[in-house]
Design a protein. Structure first.
Length: 488
C-alpha cells in the first residue's frame, strides 16, 4: 500500500507540474494550483493512515468514502498522465529527429537582408526579424508589397478635394496563412488564418478541457458500474453430452473479493439475481476475500442463501491463499458452499455421471494444484461416457489441466475481465474488445474452445463480482454467468 501510494504521488506530481505551466498565464486558473498542491502532498498518506488506524476490512460507510475519494483522486490523473507522457514522447521524438536539420542563421543571412529562420528559435525572434527587415517606403500610388507568406494589403487612397493622399511609411507585414477563396464562410476563414501561437494555445486549452472526461468516467465506474451486476447467459455445445445433462444450467460467480464491498447489500443483490435464474448447479470459482478472512462477513449472509438441486461448490483462489486458508475454509463452511480443494464430486442424474473437479489455485506465482489427488478414483479421460466439468481459478492452468483431466468444460475467473476495457458485440459468448488483462493474459473473458484429444474442450472465464485495487470498473461490468449445456 505504501509503494502504491508513492507511485500515485509521482503520477500526481507529474500532472500538477504540467498544469502549473498551463495555469501560470491564466489568472483564474492560478487559484487552483495551491489546493491541488496541498492535495498532492496529503493524498498519499490518506489510505495508509486509514488502514493502519482502523479495521478497514470490516467495510462500512467510512471505508467507502475514504477508498472512493482516493480512487477518484488518482485514477483520472493516471489516465491524464499517460496522455501527457505520450505527448511529451512525441514532442521529444520530433525534436531529436528535426535537430540535425535545423538551419542556423549566420552573418551571410543577416547581410543579405533575410530574416532569421533558424528552426526552433523562439517566436519572438521571428517577430523581431520581420520588424527589422522591411521594404523601403512605397512611392505614391503603389501598393504595399509584402514578401514571403505575408499578406499583401492594397489600400485605397483617401481623396481630399481632387488630390489623392500620398500613402507613405513602411508596408504592413501580417504573417498569416493564405486566405481561402471568396465565398468561404467567415468561420472557415477565421480558422485557416489563425495565428500559429493562438492555434497552439487553443489545442492546449482543448486538451486540458478533455482532461475532465476521465473524472466523469471514473466517477461513473466508482459509483455505478462497479455494482451494475450483469447476468450473461451462454450456451455451450458439448460433444457426446449425456442425455440426462442436456439443458443443464450451471450458474457461476467468481472473485467475490469480500473486502471490496462496503456493505452486505451488493452481494445480496448479486445472489438474488443468480437465484432468479433457477440454476441446477452453482459454482464459486475462487477469491472469496481480498487479503483477510475477516472480510467474509460482508458476503456470508448472501452465500448462506445459495441453493441448487445438484448443490453449491467452490474452490480457492490466489487471494484466499494471501489470507489464512484454514480461516477462509472455516468461514465458508458456515454456508452451503462445499469446497473442492484438489478433490472431485460425482453428481448423478438418471444414472448418468457428472464429475465436478476442483483444483487448488495454480498460477500467478502459486502452484497448489494436485491433479493426481483430484482425479483419484476416476477412469482415464475418454474411457467412459461421462461429463467432466473442471473448476480452476486461474485460466492459465487450463492448457495443462485440460489434457490431464479430459474436462469438457472448464470454469475460471481471476482476470476480472481487466476491470477496465471496451467490449463490443456483447451479446456473443466471447465479446470482442480490449481490456487491461490483455497485457498479461491470452484469454481474459468469455468462452474459448480448443480441440481436445477426444472432443472439443471449452473454457469460460467469468469477469468476477468484486474488484481488486481501486473499487473501479470501466466498460467491464461485474458478472453472473448462467451456462446451459447442449449436445453438439
Amino acid at each position: 500500500m505504501l509503494a502504491m501510494s508513492a507511485l500515485m504521488g509521482l503520477v500526481d506530481l507529474y500532472v500538477l507540474r504540467r498544469w502549473k505551466k498551463y495555469a501560470a498565464v491564466r489568472p483564474l486558473l492560478r487559484r487552483t494550483v495551491l489546493p491541488l498542491t496541498v492535495l498532492m502532498w496529503a493524498m498519499p498518506f490518506v489510505l495508509p493512515i486509514y488502514a493502519a488506524t482502523s479495521r478497514w476490512w470490516d467495510g462500512g460507510i467510512a471505508r467507502g468514502v475514504v477508498v472512493g475519494l482516493w480512487a477518484f483522486h488518482y485514477a483520472p490523473r493516471t489516465i491524464i498522465a499517460v496522455w501527457l507522457a505520450a505527448m511529451d514522447a512525441t514532442r521529444g521524438f520530433v525534436w531529436v529527429v528535426s535537430k540535425p536539420f535545423a538551419k542556423r542563421a549566420g552573418p551571410s543571412d543577416i547581410a543579405s537582408g533575410q530574416p532569421e529562420t533558424m528552426l526552433g528559435r523562439p517566436e519572438t525572434a521571428h517577430r523581431q526579424a520581420e520588424t527589422d527587415y522591411r521594404q523601403p517606403e512605397i512611392v505614391q500610388g503603389q501598393p504595399e508589397a509584402v514578401f514571403g507568406h505575408a499578406e499583401t494589403t492594397y489600400r485605397q487612397p483617401e481623396v481630399v478635394g481632387s488630390q489623392p493622399e500620398v500613402v507613405r511609411g513602411q508596408p504592413e507585414t501580417i504573417h498569416r496563412q493564405p486566405e481561402t477563396g471568396r465565398g468561404q464562410p467567415e468561420i472557415v476563414r477565421r480558422l485557416v488564418t489563425i495565428e500559429p501561437t493562438s492555434r497552439r494555445d487553443f489545442l492546449r486549452t482543448a486538451g486540458w478541457a478533455m482532461a475532465s472526461v476521465p473524472f466523469l468516467a471514473v466517477g461513473t465506474g466508482l459509483f455505478k458500474t462497479v455494482y451494475d451486476f450483469e447476468v450473461r447467459r451462454v450456451r455451450v455445445p458439448v460433444a457426446g453430452l449425456p442425455r440426462a445433462f442436456s439443458g443443464l444450467r450451471i450458474a457461476q460467480v467468481s472473485d467475490l473479493h469480500a473486502g471490496s464491498f462496503f456493505s452486505t447489500a451488493p452481494s445480496d443483490e448479486a445472489i438474488r439475481m443468480l437465484l432468479a435464474e433457477r440454476p441446477d448447479l452453482i459454482v464459486v470459482t475462487g477469491d472469496f476475500v481480498n487479503h483477510d478472512a475477516a472480510e467474509l462477513p460482508l458476503v456470508l449472509p448472501a452465500l448462506q442463501r445459495l441453493r441448487a438441486d445438484l448443490g453449491v461448490f467452490g474452490i480457492l483462489g490466489n487471494h484466499d491463499h494471501y489470507a489464512d486458508v484454514p480461516d477462509v475454509l472455516r468461514g465458508v463452511a458456515e454456508t452451503p458452499v462445499r469446497m473442492l480443494v484438489n478433490a472431485h464430486q460425482t453428481l448423478r442424474v438418471n444414472g448418468e455421471a457428472l464429475h465436478l473437479l476442483g483444483t487448488d489455485n495454480t498460477g500467478f506465482g502459486q502452484r497448489h494444484a494436485d491433479l493426481p489427488r483430484m482425479l483419484d478414483g476416476l477412469t482415464a479421460p475418454g474411457e467412459a461416457d461421462d461429463l467432466r466439468v473442471l473448476l480452476t481459478h486461474d485460466p492459465t492452468f487450463w492448457d495443462e489441466a485440460r489434457a490431464a483431466t479430459g474436462a469438457h468444460l472448464t470454469l475460471s475467473g481471476h482476470t476480472h475481465g481487466g476491470q477496465i476495457g471496451w467490449e463490443w458485440a456483447q451479446a456473443s459468448a466471447t465479446p470482442r474488445g480490449v481490456n487491461l488483462a490483455d497485457l498479461r493474459y491470452d484469454r481474459t473473458a468469455g468462452l474459448y474452445t480448443e480441440a481436445g484429444a477426444h472432443a472439443p474442450q471449452h473454457l469460460y472465464i467469468n469477469r468476477g463480482l468484486g474488484t481488486t485495487g481501486p473499487p473501479l470498473r470501466l466498460g467491464v461490468r461485474p458478472e453472473i454467468t448462467v451456462l446451459e449445456l447442449a449436445a453438439a
